[in-house]
Design a binder for this molecule. Sequence first.
Ligand code: SF4
Ligand code: SF4
Length: 81
Amino acid sequence: MSLCDQCIGACCREPWIESPADFVFPKVTEECLAVRGREGPCPKLTPDGRCSIYEMRPLLCRIGQAGDWWCIEARRNHGLA
Ligand code: SF4
Ligand code: SF4
């Protein structure tokens, strides 16, 4: 079982945090913001913490990996180890 299988979609519940990459790849950021908005949680997140558009999710949602710094920070913010 993967880390995500035991999660509530913590990364998808976080508000948007701007990064320098947003200025380098504005179209990628625009695409993601159009789907998820700037506040958390993302409207595409299901009550059980799954992505309802997983196959069609924006590129930025595909870049994050379980266990990376953003994942760890998000999980900590939601009381997960
Ligand atoms: S990437 Fe991390 S925060 Fe996001 S669903 Fe997976 S385990 Fe949870
Ligand atoms: S589109 Fe899916 S993967 Fe992306 S933030 Fe929303 S729920 Fe999470």
